[in-house]
Design a protein around this ligand. Structure first.
Ligand code: TXA
Ligand code: MG
Length: 333
């Protein structure tokens, strides 16, 4: 049985947090809100608890987990080395949606890092998450709280839809504010390498870290070697219905073709309303608002049982990079 408890997102009830922390310390699984998406947490120092995460999600064991800590002072049992650049970055961005890849501490079970020599670590900017991490007083490994290959959850209901009966507890802190997973930055290569775009932008990181390698236009500095990041290769972050993206001016004719085939369509528009007959969701016109809504809207369309999702492509500027990345993955395969 999965229990669900509602918490005050600003002032989380200490007795509820204490109970959740006790479940983590005794090897259980607790889903909790972060500022990005809900995470599925387990004690990162407990190998059996970690294996339960992989089982509950149906996640391949070669895909490593992010370890969550309340602050930079709590990374001792997680990373083997804390370079100066990490200290400067977390000084600016933690707590917040920036995950750093660093050499793994020998004490950390291999299951967390999928047997690899590096570990992903971050401090989430969410009061429930921070209270839980402090009360647990162990580092907490937490992937997004969804079944593998499915959409990340931005609400407690989304977590239950995927993981009901597979985990011990869900802490319901309401909808998450960021809506897309954290930026992942590998600090074990020279130069550092952006592995996953997120709400912290390369242009915000570079003044602190120096130039970084990223796959988007701008400066492309070849790294020593491309580090493997298994979770980033596959189709990911995908709704049930096939999703296709079109330049905005081509959407109307595409929708017409699909409608003539009798396909039930969900349409994520950026502009004016269309004909009735399509489920149209008008998306925010600025990147942060769009990011915060995207997964919730895709979850809604899945629940409504549409056969196809058509998305009008947003502008191609840096602040939209994470949104483009997730749309690309959702439409792959
Ligand atoms: O915002 C987030 O990051 C959320 C919340 C819960 O913190 N978590 C999240 O976790 O998105 P997950 O497991 O869904 O995605 C973690 C990504 C995966 O693509 C994984 O392959 C990558 O980070 N990753 C983890 N450890 C890594 C490592 N040592 N080296 C390279 N990539 C790593
Ligand atoms: Mg995930």
């Amino acid at each position: 049985m999965t229990k669900i408890v509602r918490l005050n997102p600003q002032v989380p009830e200490p007795e509820l947090i204490a109970r959740a922390a006790e479940i983590l310390r005794s090897g259980g699984l607790v889903a909790f809100p972060t500022e990005t998406v809900y995470g599925l947490g387990a004690n990162a120092l407990d190998r059996d608890a970690i294996l339960r995460i992989f089982e509950a999600k149906g996640r391949p064991t070669n895909n490593p987990l992010i370890v969550h800590v309340p602050d930079a002072a709590s990374v001792q049992n997680v990373v083997a080395h804390w370079p100066e650049v990490a200290a400067r970055l977390v000084d600016r961005f933690w707590p917040g949606p920036l995950t750093l890849i660093l050499p793994k501490h020998p004490r950390l079970p291999d299951a967390v890092t999928a047997g690899g020599p590096t570990v992903a670590v971050r401090a989430p900017a969410n009061d429930i998450a921070l209270a839980l991490l402090r009360a647990a007083s162990v580092p907490v490994a937490a992937p997004s709280a969804n079944r593998s290959q499915r959409l990340s959850p931005t609400r407690a209901e989304h977590v239950l839809r995927d993981l009901q009966g597979r985990i011990d507890l869900v802490l319901d802190g309401g909808p998450t504010c960021g809506g897309l997973e954290s930026t992942v930055l590998d600090l074990t290569t020279t130069p550092p390498r952006m592995l996953r775009p997120g709400l912290v932008l390369a242009s915000e990181i570079e003044p602190i870290s120096g130039p970084i390698f990223h796959s988007e236009p701008r400066k492309n500095i070849a790294p020593e070697e491309p580090p493997p990041s298994p979770g980033m290769l596959a189709r990911h972050y995908a709704p049930r219905a096939p999703l296709e993206c079109w330049p905005e001016h081509e959407c109307r004719s595409r929708l017409k073709v699909l409608a003539e085939q009798g396909i039930r369509i969900g349409y994520l528009s950026l502009g004016a309303p269309l004909d009735p007959g399509v489920i149209q969701l008008a998306m925010p016109q600025e990147a942060r608002g769009y990011a915060a809504r995207l997964y919730a809207v895709l979850h809604e369309l899945d629940a409504a049982g549409v056969d196809r999702i058509v998305v009008a492509l947003p502008p191609d500027t840096e602040e939209w990079q994470a949104v483009h990345d997730r749309l690309r993955r959702a439409s792959a395969g």
